[in-house]
Design a protein. Structure first.
Length: 567
């Protein structure tokens, strides 16, 4: 392709609308343009990269026997109501009515739709296992779209679904997708980590996230500093420490006027925040529950939901708190609580002589010790894992870092098939519920995630198999017919060799051409200038390594292919 014929409105200045490096570079390199908040158009270069990543995904997913389909983007509310997710998705779902007043949604995901298809068509064990995937636009009304296509309201996803006769069969397929994902992200050039994950609204008992480490990532990774334990922060467990055995102080009620927050109580009493215990009242469908966690920790509501065996956990309102504790918000404590379940994080068992709310205005207890001063219904791991917590597997320290979710795998079990009565007849003629798996990749998120890991001060650094073009030819003086003729010969030979190549035939200064070539991140830069004209040697530059090679016209193709094979 000749750049003079390519729509490529690169930007010299940094766009003010962008915060993330990847967002800035995607705008500057003419890959995308913003239409509205969280909604972007892909320009030719951006679409080429997207298609290259889709090709890799298709090759690896096809290789494990998964079949491609295309499901409707507009989905009827009736299917979502069967599983209870019409209400559960809340404001994140784009909803609309047709002219007859029927309710529909723009699909944020497609578990219900694919399950409906399978329950209509699959009846016998002979038709199982079977798996399907699609690469399709999804819609989620993100409350805070950010970082360009990293977190958008309209995005491209590869979602796959598998259907099975048994749990063993489901796990076998799960591992095939797991391994396919490893190949996909390796081929795309990512540094990535695989971590245990919480299943969230999708559901299921087994789940992994594939995370690209990046400072701007919205996912938090918790890893052991010694063993291989790794999980996202929603799922990460905390190992238990030694039970506290120091001497107990005298229990005292002290006056703490207008002092409510952990920071203010800690400062007022002159104690560290880990000596405080927060008593937080939650509301569930079974009534209020008091949850205790150290002052320097936070409650992990995903873990708490699992302990309580419910998805309906929310912070209690002021009225419920006062009814449960006889105190205004900010002074709740476990001493004297009656008729309410008290769940304490294991960290409470590792300390003593705590400070807790006094269950009346402007007061706190000091010298508080569990068992002696109040009863705990049960201990559980319910805190957010943080730096320095103990690994649940080896007991060494955990470390926390940030990353971008590339893909997510779920072993769903029968969550959707049971609710929607997707069943099959087994070998004995008995009807059984189909077991499912679900596997997603945020395709449009892959581009910014890759750029976050692969860029420098000059621009993007593409891996050759996902780059919009593999090489770019730069004739430095197009007015010189000999130089430009040589550049044309190089361009044609590369095309004949099956290499995707750009020819910068613009009448621009060499500096502008070099700047644009580095911004675009094309792996191989071939310079044709006065030195080429004089010596007959072609200058071949590698974007990733900055190395330069000089090859005669007769053999330069061999070196270009060699450099491309190196990535």
């Amino acid at each position: 392709m000749r750049i003079s014929q390519l729509f490529i409105p690169t930007l010299f200045e940094e766009p003010q609308e962008a915060e993330a490096i990847s967002h800035k570079l995607m705008l500057r390199a003419a890959m995308i343009r913003r239409l509205s908040s969280g909604v972007y158009s892909y320009l030719p270069l951006g679409l080429k990269v997207l298609h290259n990543m889709e090709r890799i995904i298709r090759e690896e997913i096809d290789a494990i026997g998964c079949q491609e389909v295309l499901l409707p983007a507009i989905t009827p509310s009736s299917l979502w109501q069967e599983t209870g997710r019409w209400d559960a998705y809340g404001d994140d779902m784009f909803r609309l009515n047709d002219r007859k007043g029927s309710n529909f949604a723009l699909g944020p995901t497609h578990e219900e739709i694919i399950t409906d298809l399978v329950r209509r068509e699959v009846r016998s064990y002979r038709q199982l296992p079977v798996s399907f995937y699609q690469i399709q636009t999804k819609f989620r009304d993100e409350p805070r779209p950010r970082f360009g296509t990293m977190r958008a309201r309209e995005f491209l996803m590869k979602d796959a679904y598998s259907f099975h006769r048994s749990n063993d069969e489901a796990i076998e397929t799960y591992m095939k997708f797991y391994q396919a994902y490893e190949k996909i992200f390796t081929r795309c050039g990512f540094e990535f980590k695989i971590v245990e994950a919480d299943s969230g609204l999708i559901g299921g008992s087994l789940s992994h996230e594939f995370i690209a480490p990046a400072d701007i990532g919205e996912d938090t990774i918790v890893e052991c500093s010694v063993c291989r334990y790794a999980a996202n922060q929603e799922k990460a467990e905390c190992g238990r420490g030694q039970k506290w055995t120091e001497g107990m102080s005298e229990l005292q009620l002290v006056n703490t006027p207008n002092v409510k927050s952990v920071h203010d109580v800690s400062s007022f009493l002159g104690v560290s925040q880990d000596r405080l215990v927060k008593t937080i009242i939650y509301q569930t469908e079974n009534g209020a529950v008091a949850v205790l966690v150290r002052g320097d920790k936070e409650i992990n509501e995903n873990k708490l939901s699992r302990v309580l065996n419910t998805n309906n956990v929310s912070l209690a309102d002021a009225k419920t708190i006062e009814q449960a504790t006889n105190a205004p918000v900010g002074f709740a404590g476990p001493i004297g609580l009656k008729g309410i379940r008290i769940i304490a994080d294991y960290g409470i068992n590792e300390g003593g002589n705590f400070v807790v709310g006094g269950n009346k205005p402007d007061s706190h207890f000091i010298g508080v010790n569990p068992e002696r001063d109040f009863e705990i219904s049960e201990f559980a791991d319910i805190r957010v894992a943080s730096d320095g917590d103990k690994c649940p597997q080896c007991g060494k320290e955990l470390r926390v870092s940030k990353g971008i979710e590339l893909g997510h795998t779920f072993n769903l079990g029968t969550k959707y098939s049971k609710a929607m009565n997707a069943a099959f007849t087994d070998e004995t003629g008995k009807e059984r519920i189909i077991i499912m798996g679900c596997y997603g990749i945020g395709v449009s998120r892959l581009i910014p995630a890759y750029i976050e890991q692969h860029h420098d001060a000059s621009g993007i650094i593409w891996k050759q198999n996902i780059s919009p073009y593999q090489a770019i030819v730069l004739p430095l003086n197009i007015a010189d017919s000999i130089q430009f003729g040589l550049a044309e010969d190089v361009y044609c030979k590369l095309q004949d060799a099956g290499i995707s190549v750009l020819l910068d035939d613009r009448d621009e200064r060499p500096g502008r051409k070099f700047t644009d070539a580095e911004l675009l991140g094309i792996p191989i830069m071939i310079v044709v200038g006065a030195k080429t004209k004089a010596s007959g040697n072609i200058e071949i530059g590698c974007r990733r390594t900055k190395e330069k090679h000089f090859e005669p016209m007769e053999t330069f193709e061999v070196r270009v292919k060699e450099l491309l094979r190196m990535g």
